[in-house]
Design a protein around this ligand. Structure first.
Ligand code: ATP
Length: 234
């Protein structure tokens, strides 16, 4: 579904992503993991068209997307849940969700998606008229993911959903993402929480200072000496 080939990206002509290649197949949950500053956010921003690559290609459903504007990329079916959630605090939960559907024209389609999203996130339905700022951090993260689903994407990309959450909430948000994947959504997530992100992934990639240094199934990576040493303190 998504193929990234020899990607190079930088800021002010200083590269921070070097020759990165990976792919996400339909129905998969893929995790790219790495420490602070490894370049995870930069990769997602480049896929969604917010940054332009210095070199390389990005293909989505067989079509090059690395030279088209961000709003067209959303229309093609890629939703990006950014790091830091960015919900609109003064707006109701329902209105935050409806904003996510800005590329969908049919009212009927929007209502249908809203009901599906509420099925996955019953807590958001219960509180749909409350302002988003009254939600806890974990619930705001759920809202950000739910808003991403409102565009009826083919690929859902989630940036660092564990950021700033207590461990118990991290587990809860990750469970939700697993459930979304189980329902058939293709998911690309980037995470600093290496163990959790690899445990739930079909496949994963390890990113170190802008380069992919290992790849495999979640289980293979978790069992590799490199991951154990570098990320699990073993
Ligand atoms: P984190 O988990 O901390 O968000 P990350 O893996 O997502 O890390 P990026 O945010 O992609 O990493 O950053 C990769 C590198 O690019 C870092 O060295 C960072 O300092 C640099 N960088 C990120 N944004 C900018 C920017 N706007 N201008 C210049 N350099 C940047």
């Amino acid at each position: 579904m998504l193929k990234v080939k020899n990607l190079k990206v930088g800021y002010d002509n200083v590269p921070v992503i070097f020759d990165v290649s990976f792919e996400v197949k339909e129905g998969e949950l893929v995790s790219i993991v790495g420490s602070n500053g490894a370049g995870k956010t930069t990769i997602l921003k480049t896929i969604s068209g917010l940054l332009k690559p210095m070199a390389g290609e990005i293909e989505f459903l067989g079509e090059r997307i690395d030279n088209i504007p961000a709003h067209t990329i959303v229309e093609k079916g890629i939703a990006h849940v950014p790091e830091g959630r960015h919900v609109f605090g003064k707006m109701s939960i329902r209105d935050n969700l409806l904003l996510g559907a800005f590329t969908v024209n049919s009212e009927e389609q929007i209502e249908k998606t809203l009901n599906e999203v509420y099925e996955i996130f019953p807590r958001l339905k219960e509180r749909e008229n409350q302002k988003a700022e009254t939600l806890s951090g974990g619930e705001q993260q759920m809202l950000a993911i739910a808003r991403g689903l409102m565009s009826r994407p083919k690929l859902l990309m989630v940036d660092e959903m564990s950021l700033g959450l207590m461990p118990i909430l991290v587990d809860r948000v990750m469970d939700i993402l697993k459930e979304i994947s189980r329902r058939g959504m293709t998911v690309l997530m980037v995470e600093q929480k290496v163990q959790e992100a690899l445990e739930m992934a079909d496949r994963g990639y390890i990113l170190q200072t802008g380069r992919i240094v290992a790849s495999g199934t979640g289980e293979e990576l978790l069992n590799s000496e490199m991951v154990k040493k570098a990320y699990m303190g073993m």
